[in-house]
Design a protein around this ligand. Structure first.
Ligand code: ATP
Ligand code: MG
Ligand code: FE
Length: 346
């Protein structure tokens, strides 16, 4: 069975073909980052309009990449939510009208389920059950995953998401949008002893996070600096502040993962979402895994941030368990807000 995946929840348009026998056949992605950069964040209306421009050319590219035609598609999975309403509507209408035209069933997929299952696309996928740390631009959650659709939320952020903390702190350091990768690169050159920033909720016994104070701590460091404004602070000191921030957030994320593993007795940890691409986080988790004797799994770097492959894959996983999960019902209803634990077991 060949499943077409369509992702358009935020500022990436992603299309992919996943074959339940042969795996991922091809995928194509367009990131709107350059367009939103000058506004310092995603502009929803511009995002929707650009998804419209990109969707069909990316579909053609995906089919060509796989050497397939529209007639080879057996089912279509699309991101139904959560995300920006207008952006979701574009992918949903493309998917449902294609389904109608081709007389193929369609299936709405939860974007976070896509992220969560993306490490299973790797060559050595983890087995269920596992602990998942989902660290993206909009979410920070620790979950126990017992199978497809079997997600138990252990804890989550009480305020900013990890990706948001990276982006906001990067902005305070005068780095572009999205600032996650930039602040991470800068931190490589920083002195870890120069600025010790707070580690929010490190010692609470729950699995929740809080990152808004960390961003405020970065702001305070800049304000109290003798230069007062970031533009005047020398590169080395900027790197030192970046290092202080990255070390703090990585410490908290690592510690909470370790305690979730200990609490559940599980030995497998899966990382998903854009911040999962972060090299310092990966190094810290790998060190903890070696010390505490657990295994840690990551998505391929290109599948950490939004993409169509994870949506095609999540759809295919659901269809393998229940072929009736996709329907020839082409009316659609996007869900901009949609808690993951509301989705049904297949
Ligand atoms: P959600 O999935 O919660 O709706 P999203 O789709 O916008 O949010 P992702 O695409 O998974 O989020 O991830 C984007 C985030 O990942 C951004 O905040 C970005 O800064 C961050 N990010 C990407 N690469 C890195 C990196 N190397 N280091 C730190 N952060 C990173
Ligand atoms: Mg994005
Ligand atoms: Fe995402």
């Amino acid at each position: 069975m060949i499943v077409l995946g369509v992702e358009s929840s935020c500022d990436e348009t992603g299309l992919a073909l996943y074959d339940t026998q042969h795996g991922l056949l091809s995928h194509a992605l367009y990131s709107q980052v350059a367009m939103h950069e000058e506004y310092g964040g995603v502009v929803p209306e511009l995002a929707s309009r650009d998804h419209i421009r990109r969707a069909i050319p990316l579909l053609t590219q995906t089919l060509e990449g796989a050497g397939k035609s529209l007639a080879d598609i057996d089912a279509i999975a699309y991101t139904q939510g959560p995300g920006l309403a207008g952006a979701l509507l574009v992918g949903s209408s493309v998917a449902c009208s294609l389904g109608l035209a081709l007389d193929k069933p369609v299936l709405g997929v939860h974007h976070l389920e896509g992220h969560l299952l993306s490490p299973l696309l790797a060559s050595q996928p983890p087995e269920f059950p596992f602990i998942a740390l989902l660290v993206s631009g909009g979410h920070t959650q620790l979950m126990r995953v017992d199978g497809v659709g079997q997600y138990t939320l252990l804890g989550e952020t009480l305020d900013d998401a990890a990706g948001e903390a990276f982006d906001k702190s990067a902005k305070l350091l005068g780095l572009g949008y999205p600032g996650g990768p930039a602040i991470s690169r800068l931190a490589e050159f920083g002195d870890p002893t120069a600025y010790k920033l707070p580690r929010p909720m490190l010692h609470t016994k729950d699995f929740n996070f809080s990152f808004s104070g960390l961003k405020t701590a970065v702001l305070t460091v800049v304000k109290n600096h003798e230069e007062k404004v970031i533009a005047n602070i020398c590169e080395q000191d900027k790197a030192n502040i970046a290092r202080g921030f990255v070390d703090a957030i990585v410490d908290v994320l690592t510690a909470k993962c370790v305690s979730a593993l200990k609490h559940t007795g599980l030995k497998r940890l899966v990382i998903a979402g854009g911040v999962g691409a972060n090299s310092q986080l990966r190094a810290s988790l790998n060190a903890a895994a070696a010390k505490k004797k657990f295994k840690v799994y990551y998505p391929e770097l290109e599948f950490c941030t939004d993409n169509g492959a994870m949506i095609a894959f999540a759809g295919a996983m659901r269809l393998m368990i229940n072929p009736d999960a996709a329907k020839k019902d082409y009316s659609f209803n996007v869900r901009p807000r949609w808690p993951l634990d509301e989705i049904k077991v297949v």
